[in-house]
Design a protein. Structure first.
Length: 451
């Protein structure tokens, strides 16, 4: 576990699972001057101010500093303003101090001076019982970490992270509603917010400590230099599934800006992942047959089903290949069911139609990001399906014309038993289960649907 999060847990952080917090679209402005440190000019460096929403530690906007001034567009709320500088030459580290807190109302403008003066932040002792909590997000929540670089470019370790935060913010939001969460000043911000909740804090300026977004993606990488060529590698890790993907680009040493911007779109794609199919739909069949002495029975059905993507991406389970698995639940469909049987000289027959309704109780899973996905299927008839009515025929002792009922509710119409691997994007297969004289067989052919 990274040291930063280890210290946070020592403060009493707990993990909660809640729905993703929607963004607020109120337009307000925070602007002002940046002072307290020498700002690199032009191609000699990079300076920025970022607005971190206090309630969830999401970076809402980043403003490049120009002529010692910045301007942020944010929804109404309370923010921490964090300024930083990154020189590209000289080997000296930039400035990355703690920030000022500001509250801005809807549609209003606040003028705030951001100081870049270096100062040491000693974390105070927290009051006994101080606690904070994370909430999880279904959409990507990204922690951009420091990069590794040659020693003579060590000032870029944090600088590359700052530039990526700036360039990823908007395209990531547009692509998959992704967000970047603040971790550079994580310990300091957590402590400040916990202190505001204590008896030592001002009740009128208390900050929430139970809505901070937990990161589910980590972005880091490396910058290497070989002769006249620089290579930038960005590594994206999905914290939920443990999968790691990367992108690398090379450029002449004097074209560094182009190198950093060249990885943005691919990094966004790696963070967001390939969007799972909206649904799988197609044919499904089933048969149950058995015999015992003079009795035999066959139950069969065929029809169509549509499985809808639930929006959940989960890690592998059991012995499945590592990766990200999209979850699907039955949405609609219909089946024609036939029952035939004999008992001695008597026979019986019945038919029924079953309509499939959404079933949140059982989920199917399909591996993502591979050409031949591993998957598992499971779906049942609705619990309120009426029993199938059948009619008995035969000699007098059979009481011909007598009717009976056969239960259908809850029977599995999709069942892989064990995970299967598809040879293509289509999910085509069968599964067989036998228990003594009874044999069950399922078959399916489901195609991915974009909409």
């Amino acid at each position: 576990m990274p040291a930063m999060l280890g210290r946070a847990i020592a403060l009493g952080l707990a993990l909660l699972v809640v729905a993703a917090i929607p963004a607020v679209a109120s337009a307000s402005t925070i602007a002002g001057k940046v002072a307290g440190a020498k700002l690199p000019k032009g191609s000699k460096g990079f300076s920025s101010v970022r607005a971190v929403r206090a309630k969830d530690l999401v970076i809402v906007d980043v403003a490049k500093v120009r002529s010692a001034r910045y301007k942020l567009k944010v929804p109404a709320g309370t923010y921490w303003l964090l300024g930083s500088t990154t020189p590209f030459r000289g080997g000296k580290a930039g400035v990355d101090p703690g920030g000022a807190k500001v509250t801005v109302r809807k549609g209003k403008k606040k003028t705030v001076r951001v100081s870049l003066r270096k100062r040491k932040h000693k974390l105070p002792r927290l009051p006994s019982g101080a606690r904070a909590a994370f909430v999880t997000s279904k959409s990507p929540a990204v922690w951009v970490q420091h990069f590794s670089t040659p020693d003579d470019l060590r000032q870029l370790r944090r600088g590359l992270a700052n530039m990526l935060i700036d360039d990823l913010l908007e395209p990531l939001k547009k692509a998959c509603n992704g967000r970047i969460v603040e971790r550079e000043k994580f310990d300091w911000l957590i402590t400040e917010q916990l202190l505001s909740q204590s008896r030592h804090g001002n009740p009128s300026t208390r900050l929430p400590t139970d809505k901070m977004i937990a990161h589910n993606r980590e972005v880091t990488g490396s910058l290497t230099v070989s002769g006249p060529t620089s290579t930038l590698t960005v590594v994206v890790k999905n914290v939920v599934t443990g999968t790691t993907r990367s992108v690398s680009r090379s450029a002449p040493n004097d074209r560094f800006f182009e190198l950093e911007t060249s990885v943005i779109q691919e990094t966004v794609r790696l963070i967001c992942g390939d969007k799972p199919p909206a649904a799988y739909s197609g044919q499904a069949t089933h048969s149950l047959s058995g015999s015992d002495g003079g009795s035999s029975q066959t139950l069969s059905w065929s029809g169509n089903v549509r499985l809808r993507y639930t929006g959940d991406l989960l890690p592998e389970t059991g012995g499945d290949p590592p990766g990200e698995y999209a979850s699907y639940a039955a949405e609609s469909g219909s089946f024609h069911v036939i029952l035939d049987g004999t008992e001695g000289s008597c026979t019986y027959h019945g038919e029924a139609n079953v309509t499939i309704v959404p079933d949140p109780g059982r989920h199917s899973r399909v591996q993502q990001g591979v050409d031949e996905p591993t998957y598992s299927l499971g779906a049942n008839f609705p619990a309120d399906v009426p029993p199938l009515r059948y009619v008995i025929t035969g000699p007098a002792e059979c009481h011909g014309g007598t009717t009976g009922s056969f239960p259908l509710a809850g029977r599995a119409y999709l069942q892989t038993i064990t995970s299967q691997r598809s040879p293509s994007s289509m999910l085509v297969g069968t599964s067989i289960w036998a228990a003594g004289p009874v044999a069950l067989r399922w078959g399916w052919s489901l195609a991915p649907q974009a909409h």
